[in-house]
Ligand binder design. Sequence first.
Ligand code: KIV
Ligand code: ZN
Length: 503
Amino acid sequence: MDKVYIFDTTLRDGEQSPGASMSIEQKIEVAKLLANTGVNIIEAGFPISSPKQYEGVKRIAETVEGSVIAGLARTLEKDITTCYEAVKSASHKRIHTFIATSDIHMTYKLKKTKNEVLKLAIQAVGLAKSMVDDVEFSAEDATRSDWAFLADVYSAVIEAGATTINVPDTVGYTTPDEFAELIRYLLNNVKGIKNVIISVHCHNDLGLATANTLSALKTGARQVEVSVNGIGERAGNASLEEIVMSLRTRKDIFKLDCDIHTENIYHLSKTIVYFTGIPVQPNKAIVGENAFAHEAGIHQDGMIKHRMTYEIMTPQSIGRQKSLLVLGRHSGKHGLKQKLVELGYTVKEEDFKRVYDRFVEVADKKKEVFDEDLHAILEEELNIIPEVFSLVYFSVVTGNKVIPTATVKMRKKSQELQEAATGDGPVDAVYRAIEKITDTPVKLINYSINAVTHGKDALGGVTISVERNGKVYRGYGVATDVIEASAHALLNAINKILNNNIE
Ligand code: KIV
Ligand code: ZN
């Protein structure tokens, strides 16, 4: 199987993106991770662009083993000599020099003719070659360049010693078919192209970076320039994880391999998020929080029956924990059952309906039902004693200038009973109304409340002890609303009293 060289530019194009700057120590850490992950070439920075960039590349070249360390340089002599100084201590080093070849860049940005650009490209590659064996040349904005001129430039730099020729889609303008056609054209028109590696560097302005990169690989490119999480100028670069996992998952189509240890991908992604502060969108392919999360009931059911119904790769293959069955309002009974098994609960069929109903109630109020929510629900529901009364509804009017008043409706068999009461506070008012309806006055001896889950919409768990006729009964209630949790706790205790279930 043919090999694809993975050239990672997280530390150069990625770090160039707004707000992404990392400290030198962080860059070294990232470079070590990239090397351990099997990245073949690490573009460590653009040494001439600042003293910090220079220092970063130099320190990486001195400390990181296992990958080629590359530095970027324009075609200027001072860029190339500075780049060499920065990379020279690496066991394997590369100078990557570039100049724009599109009319728009040559006319307005460089203010140079085609011949001048061609000459600069040849000189730069020649100079770099006198310093290192491994020289990469990029024709910036290649995809908007005149193809014949591009072929002339690449032919000339190969003759001058370039070992890799990079075809950048600098502004993310090309499409998969057009890019494949360009690569084919170069294969047929560039002298010496068979002796060098064709590289591609795709930006994501139209969201096509991954597709364009893969299309070029199908046509003969063998180096891909990528970044972790796709960070880079503007909309970013093709992302390492998408390219690598496409090659692995669709080996049947690409018939190409690379040296990446995919189990490191997730850690790498998290590290970049942490170091740059640039988050990954939740639905981002491969590394997004939801990339292996299934919420819809039908999907969860499918996943439980056979993982491959809804997953084309395993989360473990990129170093994530197992797939998440995210429980929310779209989850069905199968999803809940599976989750309960995972949490170690054996819920009898006759209890399950109650747990499920309670789960639906909570899921309607919360976006996501966490494991802790389920523990709380189960604790309440599985300890349940036969319900004499159940809560139908309550409302409370409260404030610092009003007397707290509660209206509570409860069901006893087929009968619905309603009462209103006032109290010292909202919970007290609800408790008095409940006592009236159930005709079971109690003395509250203990009341405690705590958040049993996390987040703003966490479930509150209320535990109470009440005394009746000299006996103490405990009650537990849980809900997103603390007053409702309190009501459930009192009802739980009163139902025990009415069942004479003493604790
Ligand atoms: O996007 C681009 O053209 C680049 C080159 C320097 C390779 O980043
Ligand atoms: Zn770029």
